[in-house]
Design a binder for this molecule. Structure first.
Ligand SMILES: N[C@@H](CCC(=O)N[C@@H](CS)C(=O)NCC(=O)O)C(=O)O
Length: 203
């Protein structure tokens, strides 16, 4: 299987971490593909009309996207029921944590585009501030409400660790650890997992 993208993208990295945690390391090859928000990558556009990374090309030659679908697909292929439990209540708790972490990732990527890619003449400070507020709210929720689900390795905890790693790489100034000691301690341990160490992005 080919995973198109770049580990600097939190969505690509969380897909790759899932592949590793599911024991699919030898079956998933990362195909380097980087994007700019204002340009079409023609090769990727042939695989997905959205032209966003990640995209997975399965062994059957079919493209799958987005990251949530890819992460669920890896669990399916590996027959892994630990990363996304079948059991109703737990299943939806993990998916909600995944949505929270992906929402944090979406806001962090959008803030990166606002502050590093958008031309200075087109800056919109109120929108950037709204994104910062959304990131802070998501972090506070993770700090206060999710310890039990974060304590396990599942799709939600993987996405959370990767989103926090992205904040370290792209938004150091947000100092996300301040006032969030539980989350910081949890991240310290999780980021030492082999799946996280092997997927560290090169800036
Ligand atoms: N919902 C998508 C989001 C993917 C996404 O935003 N990818 C970014 C890179 S981090 C991208 O492809 N950006 C290029 C663009 O927006 O044109 C997913 O979970 O895969």
């Amino acid at each position: 299987m080919k995973l198109y993208g770049d580990l600097l993208s939190p969505f690509v990295r969380m897909s790759m971490v899932t592949a590793l945690e599911a024991g699919l390391e030898s079956r998933v090859q990362l195909q380097s593909a980087a994007l700019k928000p204002h340009e079409v990558n023609e090769a990727l556009a042939k695989l997905s009309p959205l032209g966003k990374i990640p995209i997975l090309e399965t062994d059957h030659g079919r493209p799958l996207y987005d990251s949530r679908v890819i992460m669920e697909y890896f669990c399916h292929v590996a027959g892994n029921k630990a990363l996304l439990a079948d059991d109703g209540a737990k299943h939806f708790r993990v998916l909600t944590l995944l949505a929270l972490a992906q929402g944090l990732g979406d806001a962090a990527v959008a803030l990166r585009y606002e502050t590093a890619a958008r031309p200075p003449t087109a800056h919109w400070p109120e929108y950037a501030e709204r994104l910062r507020a959304r990131i802070r709210a998501a972090l506070d929720e993770l700090e206060g409400q999710w310890a039990e689900t974060l304590a396990e390795v599942n799709l939600g905890s993987i996405a959370t660790a990767v989103a926090l790693g992205y904040l370290d790489v792209r938004h150091d100034a947000l100092a996300w650890r301040n006032g969030r000691g539980h989350l910081a301690t949890w991240y310290e341990a999780f980021s030492n997992r082999p799946s996280m160490l092997k997927t560290q992005p090169k800036v």
